[in-house]
Design a protein around this ligand. Structure first.
Ligand code: 5GP
Length: 253
């Protein structure tokens, strides 16, 4: 039996060689990890939900003119994406204090920030993705000053879109992480949103109750992770509206 070529396996996804040059198949696993993979579980249905939610967000971004790596969803767990040169940074956008920022600065979680704050971490699991200042990024040539200016503009546009999309369904976008890749067009590069956008990489709080609908449910043992992600999907119309308690994800087209 023919076997496809695995290009990369991460904690939550696998990348396989795509059907055409310059494409990859991105497979969403059910694995959930936290605290630099010290905590690990397999959560049935998570990969299916994240595949669908990432498709929803990436498609929405493209519709408002924000370039992404997403081409099309292939099936329940896989999507076709453009092969990009990943910039080795995690780009974090924060609207409200939470997580590592709240801890670092002794702030109350949920405090509104005076403006969206962007920070960069080096993508390096062995080092625990350390926060890095712009000067390091330029000096070590992880990205150029021009790249950083473009990344900040891109991240703020993603924040505007995502905040609005979530607010419309009664959810507050507290913060999120994106990754950015380069695509070469002859001699010119374009930066595009890559990886995934899903409740694994965002903090999403219900506007009324403050209930967490993101990976903190797993990180902090707050309940059933699939139920939380299914609730986000249901509100966005990615899941049937009559689904009440969902044990296994049910997809609609
Ligand atoms: P914090 O720095 O507070 O832990 O995370 C800020 C935001 O970025 C949160 O929404 C969190 O989910 C996301 N984030 C930070 N690091 C990672 C990571 O390595 N993987 C994923 N999926 N999300 C991350």
């Amino acid at each position: 039996m023919a076997r496809r070529k695995k290009i990369y396996e991460g904690k939550a996804k696998i990348l396989y060689e795509g059907p055409e040059p310059g494409t990859l198949v991105q497979y969403f696993k059910d694995d959930a990890t936290a605290f630099n993979a010290e905590k690990h579980a397999v959560i049935e249905g998570k990969g299916v939900l994240n595949n669908r939610l990432s498709e929803f967000f990436m498609t929405g971004l493209a519709q408002v003119g924000i370039p992404t790596h997403f081409l099309r969803r292939l099936n329940m767990r896989e999507q076709l994406v453009r092969q990009v040169e990943i910039i080795p940074l995690e780009i974090i956008v924060r609207n409200f204090a939470a997580g590592s920022m709240a801890k670092r600065l002794g702030m109350e979680e949920g405090a509104a920030l005076p403006q969206p704050i962007i920070e960069f971490s080096l993508k390096d699991d062995k080092l625990g993705d350390p926060l890095v200042p712009e000067e390091y990024i330029i000096a070590f040539q992880w990205a150029s000053q021009q790249d950083l200016d473009d990344i900040v503009r891109l991240a703020l546009r993603v924040n505007d879109f995502m905040s609005g999309a979530m607010y419309g369904v009664g959810i507050k976008l507290v913060d999120f992480k994106i990754e950015v890749g380069r695509i070469w067009d002859g001699d010119f590069q374009r930066l595009v949103v890559a990886d995934e956008i899903s409740p694994d990489s965002c903090r999403l709080w219900d506007l009324q109750s403050g209930e967490k609908l993101d990976k903190d449910v797993f990180r902090r043992d707050l309940g059933n992770l699939t139920d939380a992600y299914a609730e986000v999907a249901r509100r966005l119309g990615v899941m049937p509206t009559n689904a009440t308690h969902i044990t296994k994800p049910t997809l609609i087209n």
